[in-house]
Design a protein around this ligand. Structure first.
Ligand code: NAD
Length: 340
């Protein structure tokens, strides 16, 4: 559908230029997009990124306190007619201090032809979905025959990572999880074990996961200080590590000695490096995750390679997800149309 026809279709329901569709967190999460569809959409976004068919400047941000950030994340993905911006914060102390999530935010979706805002939606659900989708799509490319997966951090992202991982690692026999908060591990198992056939095992400590699992991911906290929870000597050749919390959780020597250090966006990682999030220096980057998904670059080329694939989050995935949520909501009269 060309841009003009697309706009005409939308205009049957929404007066572009004088109205916007507002969608709450609950409306977004109940929209009916399946895990399989999330994977399709995120793959399309990653492939567009890998083929350089997108516009996405690195995140800019403001920082009211030293350990927090707000990010403005604009993107345009022409193949999906998706243009907009996510405005998201990360306040790591929110759960402890206020009993609320560390990450909240909004996504604004615009009309490509006129630029007018068409929708404002909560972005928590789409972020919770697109992040594990990137990890598991990468895992499927880099380590498709893995039998063991380990997840560090059992919060919003950890839960969804475990839900998603079985979609791409079809030979999994065991999933190990670890969190400093016992209740978070229990919650993950209660929520996900009923929908995932692979046994989910509570790890006793990070060492156990690092030793037992071929593929590992982490979704804990992002800080400028390196926590080095997983020690270099626990990690071996042949493993695949997929952090979505930068390098905070891992001994920096792991990424430095990895045979391949792959990232979702080189620009984003260079920006975080400049902000001080890689105190030991940014490792040498070989390529981007989307390039592997698009078949432009090779992922794993030998069983012995230690691969680290760091995905810090890209707005190309957000606007593609946002556009799908918007289309479904508009067609099904979900949400509230409000004047501009
Ligand atoms: N890459 C991306 O696109 C992306 C997107 C969203 C969130 N994130 C990041 O993912 C991380 C997790 O986000 P979330 O929304 O799931 O947060 P959350 O607060 O819901 O969960 C984090 C979990 O990590 C656990 N944890 C903290 N320190 C730990 C440690 N040392 N060892 C083990 N467990 C530990 C906490 O107890 C908590 O259960 C954050 O750093 C966030 O910034 C990344």
């Amino acid at each position: 559908m060309d841009l003009m026809r697309d706009r005409e279709e939308i205009s049957k329901k929404l007066n572009i230029g004088s109205e916007v569709l507002y969608l709450t967190k609950q409306e977004c999460s109940n929209i009916g997009i399946t895990t399989d569809r999330v994977l399709e959409l995120v793959k399309e976004a990653l492939v567009a990124h890998g083929k350089k068919e997108y516009e996405m400047p690195a995140k800019i941000g403001v920082h009211p306190f030293s350990d927090v950030f707000f990010h403005a994340m604009p993107a345009y993905v022409p193949s999906k007619k998706a243009v907009g911006m996510k405005w998201i914060e990360c306040y790591p102390q929110n759960p402890k201090k206020f009993g609320i999530p560390q990450t909240t935010g909004l996504l604004i979706l615009n009309d490509v032809l006129s630029g007018c805002p068409m929708a404002i939606m909560d972005c928590t659900w789409l972020t919770a979905m697109r992040t594990p989708a990137v990890t598991v799509l990468a895992a499927g490319e880099l380590h498709p025959d893995a039998e063991t997966f380990g997840m560090f951090g059992c919060g919003v992202q950890g839960v969804e990572h475990v839900r998603f991982i079985v979609k791409s690692l079809k030979k999994l026999k065991k999933i190990y999880i670890y969190d400093v908060v016992e209740a978070a591990m229990n919650h993950l198992i209660e929520t996900i074990q009923p929908v995932v056939d692979v046994p989910i095992i509570k790890g006793k400590n990070p060492h156990e996961l690092a030793e037992h699992c071929e593929v590992l991911s982490s979704a804990t906290i992002i800080t400028k200080d390196t926590l080095s929870v997983v020690k270099d000597e626990w990690v071996s050749k042949g493993q695949t590590i997929l952090p979505c919390d930068l390098n905070t959780f891992w001994d920096p020597r792991i990424t430095k000695r990895a045979d391949k250090y792959i990232v979702d966006s080189i620009e984003e990682h260079e920006l975080f490096d400049k902000m001080g999030y890689f105190p030991d220096g940014l490792p040498n980057i070989v390529c981007e995750t989307g390039e592997i998904l698009a078949g432009v670059k090779k992922g794993r080329t030998s069983k012995d390679e230690l691969i680290v694939c760091s995905n810090i989050g890209m707005s190309v995935c957000d606007v593609v997800m946002g556009r799908e949520i918007f289309d479904i909501a508009l067609n099904n009269n979900i949400g509230k149309i409000i004047p501009l």
